[in-house]
Design a protein around this ligand. Sequence first.
Ligand SMILES: C[S@@+](CC[C@H](N)C(=O)[O-])C[C@H]1O[C@@H](n2cnc3c(N)ncnc32)[C@H](O)[C@@H]1O
Length: 219
Amino acid sequence: MTELLKRLLRWRPAVLSSLDAYEKWASRYPPHAHNTLMEVEEAAMRALIPDLAGKVVLDLASGTGRYGQIASDMGARRVIALDNSPHMLRANALPWRGLASCEAIPLQSESVDVVICGLALGHLPTLQPAISEIGRVLRTEGCALISDLHPDLFRSGAQRTFQGEDGKHYAVEHYPHRTQDYVAAAKASSMALDDQRQPGMHGERQGHPIVVALRFRRA
Ligand SMILES: C[S@@+](CC[C@H](N)C(=O)[O-])C[C@H]1O[C@@H](n2cnc3c(N)ncnc32)[C@H](O)[C@@H]1O
């Protein structure tokens, strides 16, 4: 093996914090599924989204607003989009949007019917603060839909990478959480898992799962 090939195999992009990463990524992150993984993830989430007509929906860690737009198209009465990246929010066209962390949601308790949180909680080292905030803002019988990259992807050393506006490749900090970690955190916040999808690249039960999509119901 040549020295160059050895170096290429060892190459790892710089790992950025979520805030630094989305500053570089925002202008290349349109509010629709824009790669295969997102298409698989969105199909799994759509299979779990309940009837949203007349509902108050929180698109948590909304980014540029993909799920908020879907909720709006599905007839939600009000869609609130929150994210902690000002750069992602600047590219978000939803009318009700604000800068906030998943771990301190600036909404009243029991004020939301459905929380949708796509591809974001893996950026948090621990789940409990965000999950307990989700449980707090949900009304009784409300539900939370949460998706992320499948934790098994990271066992073999995979990283969450992207190409920034400057053309360079980066990785984003990511902490793989297992389904049982979500379930345990949700249980402590009066929520129980009531459905899930874990599709592979070509759909449900097709190869290794690449995505996890979970639906929790608030007791
Ligand atoms: C991969 S993007 C997903 C965006 C959108 N949910 C979607 O599915 O298209 C992850 C988003 O999570 C946001 N995020 C990361 N950590 C966050 C936190 N602690 N609080 C709020 N948003 C956060 C990032 O700024 C980014 O917009």
